[in-house]
Design a protein around this ligand. Sequence first.
Ligand SMILES: C[S@@+](CC[C@H](N)C(=O)[O-])C[C@H]1O[C@@H](n2cnc3c(N)ncnc32)[C@H](O)[C@@H]1O
Length: 407
Amino acid sequence: MATQADDVKREEQITQALSQVEAHASQLKSGDPEARQKLIASARELVTAAETPVETLLWNIWALPTRTTALRIAVDLKIFETAVADNGSPKTNEQLAAPTGASPTLVKRVARACASMKMLDEQAPGVYAANSLTQLLAQPEYAAGIIFTFDMTQVPFANLPTYLKNNKFQNPENGVDGPFQYAHKHEGHAFHFLTAHPEIFQAFHGYVHALRTHRPSWTEMYPVQERLVQGLKTEGDASALIDLGGGVGQTLQDFTKAVPEYNGRLVLQELPEVIGAATAMGVGADNRIELQAYDFFTPQPIKGARAYFMRSVLHDWPDELCRKILANIKDAMEPGYSKILISDCVLADQGASWQHLSLDLYMMAQASSQERTEKEWHKLIESCGLKIAGIYNKGDGNEGLIEVVCE
Ligand SMILES: C[S@@+](CC[C@H](N)C(=O)[O-])C[C@H]1O[C@@H](n2cnc3c(N)ncnc32)[C@H](O)[C@@H]1O
């Protein structure tokens, strides 16, 4: 039971949080671009201050899993695609159910949960209209994100407590015998699972790229001109910017637009299955980007390149395997010229952003790996005889860019 003292304390917290919300809202109105994120954070503080502890608990244990599941089912029911048809005009449960032949009662139960998440507008009992979020969710690459995160990770998440208990609560660090393999009854790394399920892998690359178009690119945070373009040797291997584990080449394609003056080679190194998918998509057809099937656990064939870039690669692997990947690059580097560029999360030591903390547990469940703090990055890089020359960031919750050199 809340005491009078608890009530007084909560009122004080609400007043304080409300004044933060007002302050950030007014900064936003006066054109400060960073105020929007601050406003979201202070609005969350306000909700927490206004809720009782039990309401906060129920939100986390009732609302969150329900929402994720309803969203995943809504994609299969094509609720968002159907809702946006005919210019998003209002539709009944029966109309939303028609394309899949699902039960209108089932559709009603899922659609009203989606409306509670603002993913549809509920205009009358059992009548829904599309809004801007519905429009986003109706696009295949965003729906693919829902499918990928649910199908790849929710099963390992559901099994994680039992897995950890069975393993005496040790930190998972084995990428081929960990929570993912236990939950999916799969032998081999999660990437092995993905290469065996090309439709999920393709969905993964599409959604990851779609999300990144909403976040600052590494070329916006790193002084590309000063650190890469100036001093570039423009012939042969020395001219190369290599994207290791670069997916289907979207990062390099974006790079050609962001830094057109980079006139060295651009090379995508990936697993053969992913190179096949990139080729089928026409990447490399204009000869600007070279495609090379390569396993980064084997010696790097391009020696003395300008930059060995990796985005969201090292967070897939525990330290021991990261050291193998980095050793192969180090052996190929020209000291004083080549750089390793790592685009990954740099977790704050305290009060880390929810995006980084979520990804950290995603990585545990999917790959027995982790996100790293600045201290952990230093320890990992220095244990390979390499040195961090700089860490660049733009905004809380985004990936940072770590420049590594070899002396
Ligand atoms: C998390 S994804 C990141 C993809 C891309 N860099 C991006 O940010 O969108 C990791 C990539 O590493 C690739 N990969 C995994 N194991 C690899 C290996 N042994 N050699 C080369 N690439 C590998 C995967 O195919 C996958 O595309």
